[in-house]
Design a protein around this ligand. Structure first.
Ligand code: ATP
Ligand code: MG
Length: 130
């Protein structure tokens, strides 16, 4: 049972698939509520552009959530892996569901740096979606 599920999304197809898997857990009685989190990197200068991107990503994510599933959205600024792990700890999440890969165009890599660091740093279970 995973009462609180955190789904970090970057707008990539695998992060959207992570939303489907997380809400499937809730719909089958294995969880209660979902939080969609997008982190805008603090290393990016184009704050306005990234703020707009963050809104688009969260909007797209919300559209995938079925009626009846309890969902919150969160937007944070920082280093994505650290910010996601800290959010999981501070919010006492029971599970993180995220993509194995994200937006990076590098096809060769098997696991993205954000997934690798979050699974290493987080206090809770991490479900990596393929
Ligand atoms: N800025 C972000 N905010 C929230 N979630 C993110 C963010 N970046 C990545 N994620 C999550 O991490 C998953 C894996 O993405 P990751 O960034 O690790 O892979 P990548 O983009 O392929 O590689 P890299 O970024 O290391 O070049 C995504 O599917 C998404 O769930
Ligand atoms: Mg990435």
């Amino acid at each position: 049972m995973f009462p609180k599920i955190l789904v970090p999304i970057d707008g990539s197809p695998l992060s959207m698939k992570a939303i489907d898997i997380a809400q499937g857990l809730i719909q089958s009685g294995r969880g209660n509520r979902l939080t969609l989190l997008h982190v805008t990197s603090d290393e990016d200068d184009l704050i306005e552009k990234t703020q707009k991107f963050a809104e688009q990503v969260l909007d797209e994510g919300m559209k995938r959530v079925a009626p009846g599933v309890q969902v919150d959205i969160e937007m944070q600024v920082g280093k994505p892996p650290d910010t996601i792990s800290q959010a999981a700890q501070a919010g006492r999440y029971d599970l993180i569901v995220m993509g194995t890969r994200g937006l990076s165009p590098l096809k060769g890599i098997l696991i993205g740096s954000v997934s690798a660091k979050v699974s290493a740093l987080s206090p809770c279970h991490v479900f990596l979606v393929k």
